[in-house]
Design a protein around this ligand. Structure first.
Ligand code: NAP
Length: 169
């Protein structure tokens, strides 16, 4: 299950057992780790609760000892919740939902949103407004998308190694 999306894989993630994790959440962690974002003890806010992005990244951030809040379409006062985030994962699929002045100065913001508005791709975060506020900000185009593909390839390699018994070099 190189997508890491089957019910057994989701169950293993929930139970904290070894297994192949979903690719987009792995890409998000790769961005945060590459930029040295401290996750232990951080307030992490995830907007979205899909099985593809929101739930698994919330569990992975919890596994890394962040204090995780999951938001969705019924969340009251989203701006206030976002304002508490040291780490913000925006995965709502709602164009420019997160305004620049919602973001805590210096926060790490990973924008998953892929939305087309008048033929232009925009994220869930108002990128231009967030630029001067966030400490780390990923773009909608060329952000986590390529890393999702990279993680799919990595999962494929890991699955092959596990099946054939090949150890890490
Ligand atoms: P999804 O299944 O449609 O889930 C969206 C989630 O966001 C739902 O939980 C929904 O809440 C919540 N939501 C929607 N509008 C909201 C609002 N105004 N305020 C608060 N929460 C809101 O979408 P998905 O598959 O998780 O994908 C999310 C976005 O990421 C999309 O734009 C998708 O194209 C993109 N994406 C990018 C990559 C990548 O590699 N770059 C990979 C996967 C997805 P409810 O549950 O209450 O309805």
């Amino acid at each position: 299950d190189v997508d890491g999306l089957t019910t057994p894989s989701a169950g293993r993630l929930l139970a904290g057992l070894r297994g192949l994790r979903p690719c987009t959440p792995l890409g998000i962690l790769a961005v945060l780790d590459r930029h040295g974002i401290e996750l232990a003890g951080a307030n992490a806010v995830v907007i979205g609760r899909s099985i593809l992005v929101g739930k698994p990244i919330a569990l992975l951030l919890l596994e890394r000892n962040a204090t995780v809040t999951i938001c969705h379409s019924r969340t009251r006062d989203l701006a206030a919740v976002v304002g508490e985030a040291d780490v913000l994962i925006a995965a709502a699929g709602s164009p420019l939902l997160v305004k620049g002045d919602w973001i805590r100065p210096g926060a790490a913001v990973v924008d998953l949103g892929v939305n087309m508005v008048d033929g232009v791709q925009v994220g869930d975060v108002d990128f231009d407004a967030a630029l001067g506020v966030a400490g780390l900000l990923t773009p909608s185009r060329g952000g986590v998308g390529p890393l999702t593909i990279t993680m799919l390839l990595r999962n494929t390699l890991e699955a092959y190694k596990a099946r054939t018994g090949i150890a890490d070099a």
